[in-house]
Structures are given as C-alpha cells and as structure tokens.
Design a protein around this ligand. Structure first.
Ligand code: 5GP
Ligand code: ZN
Length: 112
C-alpha cells in the first residue's frame, strides 16, 4: 500500500523512532511544531478517526497509554497536548490514523 506511515511502521522508510511494540510505533515528526513533537500510530492501517470501529477501538486506549509513557520519558512534566486531525477540514494530510504528542512549550488555544 502506498502509505508513508505504513512504510515507516514496516521500516521501509527511515524515521527517528522513540517507541515501538507489536501494535504501535511512535517517531519524531519530520517538521516539528514544538520542542517535543512525536507521532504515535497504530501499525494497522486505519485511515482516520472516522474509521475507528468496535473491532479496532482498543488501540486508541493503548495509544494514549503509550503517549503518557513517552511524555514522561521526554520530560514533559508540566503537561503536553495530544492532537488528532481528522479529514480535510480537520487538517489531516497523511491518511493513516496518527496522534500528535506535543510539548516542551506553552500551547495556545485554540490550536497554535
Ligand atoms: P497531519 O497534518 O496529517 O495531522 O500530520 C501529518 C504529520 O506528518 C505532519 O506533522 C508532518 O510533518 C508529518 N510527516 C509527513 N511525512 C513524514 C515523514 O515522512 N516522516 C515523518 N517523521 N513525519 C512526516
Ligand atoms: Zn498506512
């Protein structure tokens, strides 16, 4: 499948991985928007948050547990942000479900 994040998960293209288990991979964003900017993805190709089903939903809880673990490891003791962009207007550019874990600076709201 021609999916950049599947290729990263399969080690077909290089990335700077910070976490991996049998179902999840996390790696540094190529174009970081914060001092810590990690992308956490299921290895399974799920197109977006719109494609979470009864069958695959447990991966979301696992991703959030991994996010907290990575945040601790990266020293984000004052907090962090987890973002999911879904679909065109949500700002999703890569069509493989991913969560942005961002921290190391004060986040603005909304967005920013
Ligand atoms: P989206 O805009 O879909 O929510 O986020 C996609 C993210 O993937 C962007 O922050 C972008 O910088 C990152 N990205 C796109 N291509 C690559 C890549 O080949 N390697 C890495 N590490 N990050 C990528
Ligand atoms: Zn994929």
């Amino acid at each position: 499948m021609d999916c950049i994040f599947c290729k990263i998960a399969n080690n077909e293209i290089p990335s700077s991985k910070v976490y991996e288990d049998e179902k999840i991979v996390a790696f540094n964003d190529l174009n970081p928007k914060a001092p810590v900017h990690v992308l956490i993805i299921p290895k399974e190709h799920i197109k977006s948050a719109d494609y979470i089903t009864q069958e695959n939903q447990s991966i979301i809880g696992e991703i959030f547990m991994v996010a907290s673990e990575i945040a601790k490891k990266q020293g984000l003791k004052n907090g962090y942000r987890i973002v999911n962009n879904c679909g065109e207007e949500g700002g999703q550019t890569v069509k493989h479900l991913h969560f942005h874990l961002m921290g190391g600076r004060k986040m603005e709201w909304p967005a920013g």
